[in-house]
Design a protein around this ligand. Sequence first.
Ligand SMILES: [Ca+2]
Ligand SMILES: [Ca+2]
Length: 407
Amino acid sequence: MKFLVKIIVFIFSFFLFASLAQAGNYLDVPENSLYHEAIDFLQEKGILILKGDRQFNPKNTVNRAEAVKIVLETMDKDISDYFDSDSDGLPDKDEEILGSNPSSPDSDKDGISDFAEVENGYSPTQKGNVLIDPGLLEKIGLFTDIQTSDWFYPYLRKAEELNIVKGYGDNTFRPAQTINLAETLKLFFHTYEIDLDEEKYRSNEDNVFTWDQNAWYMKYFLAAQEKNLLTPYEYLRPDLEVSREFFAEIAYRFILYKVGKTEYLEKINQNFLITIPALNIENVELGTTNPYDEDYYNWALRSGISHALKYPGENGKVFIFGHSSGYLWDQSKYKNIFRKLNKLQEGDEILLQFQGETYTYKVNLKEVVDPKNNNILTDFGREELTIATCWPPDTLLQRYVVYAKRV
Ligand SMILES: [Ca+2]
Ligand SMILES: [Ca+2]
């Protein structure tokens, strides 16, 4: 009997342990998510807090307030100076500067709150309407659109103190505004104090980013690219609204970079390669892009061949697009890469190397289609690869398309 109880206890504790072991994860961040390592890391550090429903909402965007909070937390910055202990609308640190009592909402006991006095230009430490020293007011910079009762208030003030963020010209911070990729990179480079050599990160002819070469954000993109701080999984552009999962990945990469653990950064970025023995194509790097948007795949094509849709192992279509033309104006190293795509035969092998694994595909169909035919992008939810190029070579008239199945 005792033995049976022991077994039951053992089984019960096993299940208990199993459920505890799982409890740390977000339900909507699967193991095979490209960003799960970054998200798990931040969660373990207590930066991304698991809420009751365990949803991370990876595709949602990040607003400016959330971004500042996360980046300060990755650096363990203490924000407690900017708590408002007496809830009078002035943070403790400002009260210290003004000489008012951080534990009393009405320091001079004249019936008017410290905040109301300061807001109207009066001293919170002298009864009645005594004008405050304007020099003091200047020291307590305030955005007009945030209040000490906002959950993000201490973070924004800390970031302002560290010169990480600046408000807009009208003294607002616009905390609810979605953060874009250019702002995200600037935020991280400044917070992490990574020095950007202006000469080194000045735009040059090899620049793969085709946007305004004199834009303020160009140096951040060039430096981020060189240091592997961006992923090959997003099609990059300055106004990209950063998703929560991508933001987590960027945060993770800056942390790793800062502590000198760059193996992960190098591994991921060099690990999506294509080999087609029959065309003498060997280990050519793939960049990710949006196949529906010409501007974006053009830049991806400049650095290699562009990839879109799914990754190998994700039960979907891996789509690859490359050049067949040899135009003089085309500076791409790969401007001719798919010029002989039609030479591929049924059964020929195509290999994709992705995150240390090799995936093998065999050609099973070829066709020429109209360039506007988006059916070639249809994802049937099975492991397959589609390669397309402009056709015939040196024209944009049609597309040559090769389909291959994973074997
Ligand atoms: Ca206060
Ligand atoms: Ca008062």
